[in-house]
Design a protein around this ligand. Structure first.
Ligand SMILES: Cc1cc2nc3c(=O)[nH]c(=O)nc-3n(C[C@H](O)[C@H](O)[C@H](O)COP(=O)(O)OP(=O)(O)OC[C@H]3O[C@@H](n4cnc5c(N)ncnc54)[C@H](O)[C@@H]3O)c2cc1C
Ligand code: FES
Length: 343
């Protein structure tokens, strides 16, 4: 990753801030007291989006590419960038982004589908693909990403699965305060964790840790709707915030679709107090997978959910023969500590 030169300065809301070595634009702005929304800080959620001007075009090609990963063509052309991934050189002018493309949606369903997982249903006008994620705004500062379970035509509603984090700002608000009839703000769907019809006869391995089942269930239902003929193996794993859920529904689907196998693996301890051991959790899961697959050569792999074991398991899949390009990772990176009050 490109790091900031010590002479870089960022201009934002009539203030000029000198950037410190290895600081992103987001970190500089937070350090000098600006309230910039942010969550994952690794370029996944897009909550830290800002807009620049011609000064952005003067940045090195790699600086721009890194700061605009995953943005739409329209956002790229209008000089939007992710402030958590932007390490400019020289001068950069930044301002708040255009959010006029955000969706206003109406909550149509609010139901616990397990002791810790809320199913939130919304009436939304736009288009999306199951497995993509949206940014859900609690207020002007706090937004989090959630993966989409449903299909716009088959289901007619946008459906999210939200695990409760006891001290979490947005998940706790969704569980405790959001209600049917509320109008919520979402940023347009993005992401590449989707079904590809060109994979229709391939072997699919889908791993869901906790609410990683949201994108997995979305992609799985799309694969079945598209008549996927290859084998599909789904592995449901516990996470400290969500035990495997919807197990009966998945086993019911498997009973009707001969190519589908559903496996439940207790790879991680369910108590949040127990220290996680990602390498051993990933190995437990791989041992379970190896009972059915001696090799993952030619398979397409989806790894979705929260926890470091997702990345450890990705390496094991690679060692088991899966090609790097065929491993789709949707990691639920949690928010870093913010510098402003959460209310
Ligand atoms: C691409 C993507 C897709 C995602 N999809 C989903 C999905 O489909 N479903 C889903 O459930 N999640 C999903 N997530 C995760 C989601 O975006 C949030 O990170 C998650 O809901 C937690 O948000 P929060 O605001 O509740 O917690 P935050 O406020 O962000 O807190 C983060 C963590 O810190 C802990 N914490 C907060 N404050 C304190 C404190 N003072 N002391 C100690 N601990 C504290 C919280 O308990 C929590 O575990 C996704 C993430 C990404 C990046
Ligand atoms: S993309 Fe920058 S905070 Fe998530």
């Amino acid at each position: 990753m490109t790091k900031t030169s010590p002479l870089a300065v960022v201009h934002f809301q009539d203030q000029t801030a000198e950037m410190q070595c290895e600081e992103s634009v987001l970190e500089t702005l937070l350090r000098v007291g600006h309230k910039v929304p942010n969550s994952c800080r690794v370029g996944l959620c897009q909550s830290c989006l800002l807009k620049s001007d011609e000064s952005f075009l003067k940045q090195d090609h790699l600086v721009r590419e890194n700061a605009q990963q995953g943005l739409s063509d329209q956002q790229i052309q209008s000089h939007h960038f992710l402030s958590c991934c932007c390490y400019p050189e020289g001068e950069l002018f930044a301002e708040k982004p255009d959010r006029n493309m955000d969706w206003l949606v109406e909550v149509t369903g609010h139901e616990l589908i397990s002791p810790t997982v809320l199913e939130l249903r919304m009436k939304a006008e736009g288009r999306w693909q199951p497995g993509q994620h949206v940014l859900l705004w609690k207020d002007d500062l706090n937004a989090r990403s959630y993966s989409i379970v449903s299909h716009p035509d088959r289901d007619g509603e946008l459906v999210l699965h939200i695990a409760l984090h006891q001290r979490g700002v947005v998940s706790r608000w969704c569980h405790a305060e959001v209600k049917v009839g509320d109008r919520l703000r979402l940023t347009e769907p993005s992401g590449y964790c989707v079904y590809d019809v060109q994979d229709s006869d391939r072997s699919l391995l889908m791993v869901a840790v906790g609410t990683g089942l949201a994108p997995v269930y979305g992609v799985l239902q799309e694969a079945l709707a598209q008549g996927h003929s290859g084998n599909i193996d789904v592995y449901l794993c516990a996470s400290p915030h969500a035990e495997p859920y919807l197990c009966e529904q998945l086993l019911g689907l498997a009973a009707h679709h001969g190519q589908l196998q559903v496996n439940i693996v207790q790879a991680a301890p369910v108590q949040a107090a127990t220290p996680p051991n990602p390498a051993s959790e990933a190995q437990t899961l791989m041992d379970a997978v190896k009972k059915h697959h001696s090799s993952l050569r030619g398979a397409k792999v989806y790894l979705c959910g929260e926890g470091a074991m997702i990345n450890d398991f990705k390496k094991l899949c690679f060692f088991a023969g899966a090609s790097r390009h065929d491993i789709v990772v949707e990691e639920f990176v949690l928010a870093a500590q913010t510098n402003y009050p959460s209310s």
